[in-house]
Design a protein around this ligand. Sequence first.
Ligand SMILES: [Mn+2]
Length: 262
Amino acid sequence: MKLKEHTYTALYLSDIHYLIDHKIRNHNHKDLFRLLNYFYKRKIRFKRIVLVGDILESWYFSADKKLKNSKKRFDKLFDRFDRLATPKGVKIFVVGNHDTVSFRQKLASRIEDYLEDRNWEITEKYESRAIVAMHGHQGQYNKFNWAFDIAIVRLLFNLARLFPRFFQYAENFYNQHLNRKDPVTKEEKLKYYSKLSSIAEQGNRVLITGHTHDFLAMPELKIINTGDWIQNRTFVMQKKTRFFGLQLDKNLRIVTRFTIHF
Ligand SMILES: [Mn+2]
């Protein structure tokens, strides 16, 4: 599908895990930059850009420290998003679990300042009359297991700083012992998303979420998961009441995976 010059209602994207090292985990950040460049050149703009969490990777690498050392890599991503918003456009940064290692689930203040200087609104939950956007880890974490997990993540992080080869071990340990299980079967998904729906106080609105990296639309619950940029290379574009689930394939073609009209 080729996109024509147009101003869309919104763009939704999540789980970029930006700044994660290629050596630790493969990702598709280069192609994300290509996609954002393509939007810009084609004059595709958005009245609202919602980043639905886990945009930065901050668990075993300190995004805050990277920003302290140089703004360049942050600019590389956010310059590209910023120029896609219309002049009066709204830009929302929804905080995900990997964006922070704070016990209060808040961004590091340097990152917060950086984003606010660029007019990003930082929130745990974005709401409008028709939409709720939430990262989705709230379906798996509560205050207590969050604090417990983060304490261990911080410990592993410090060990990994001393012994770089410990990174992979740290990740594996997390996945084996602390990873809140992602829903797999249709039943598990219904259960997980129903729970998330009530936590988000979705009501009759469309709920847009990320976190599980599972690109999907559940029309029966009015829920969309925007997928990720580690594996799926996916995003959602909104044109009035229509939502397009799109994927950038390996040949850099934009392929429609679902269209939903709520
Ligand atoms: Mn997440």
